[in-house]
Ligand binder design. Sequence first.
Ligand code: GTP
Ligand code: MG
Length: 150
Amino acid sequence: SERSYIMIKPDGVQRGLVGDIISRFERKGFALKGLKLFQTPQDLAEEHYSELKERPFFPALVKYIVSGPVVCMVWEGPGVVASARKLIGATNPLNAEPGTIRGDFAIVSGRNVVHGSDSPANGEREIALWFKEGELVDWEPTVLPWVLEL
Ligand code: GTP
Ligand code: MG
């Protein structure tokens, strides 16, 4: 089943938005397979955003991501990668629809509260980067047949 790496960035943690953000994914019906509070090392932040390393904002982006603890999560379900990006909203929060996380809680791209994988392949790449074997839990919510047509 498809998985996405979702991360509450340091501004989301500092601003007390962790519970609200987790609730949105829970209420949608996706299954939480991994969760931790984590202080990101510089090299991991650089590796996570390596596709952006030539961009002018890259140094500021890495500084932002390591500026405080993040909440790392793995969410699973059909279409979770694209659905999570809809729940999160546009990169520039001023373009994000009300009702999305960034639309509701953020103003600028450099403090946009949350990360979501942009493809299933990148989701798996990021999960391998941020979680060790044994940190993920192999379980199925008992409500799954009430969420999915199994
Ligand atoms: P992520 O879910 O964090 O990967 O965001 P995204 O997929 O919506 O955007 P992208 O991967 O293109 O950029 C990664 C992150 O870099 C964004 O979430 C922003 O925090 C930051 N970023 C992207 N574009 C800009 C920009 O033009 N200015 C600044 N300051 N930050 C940017
Ligand atoms: Mg991205």
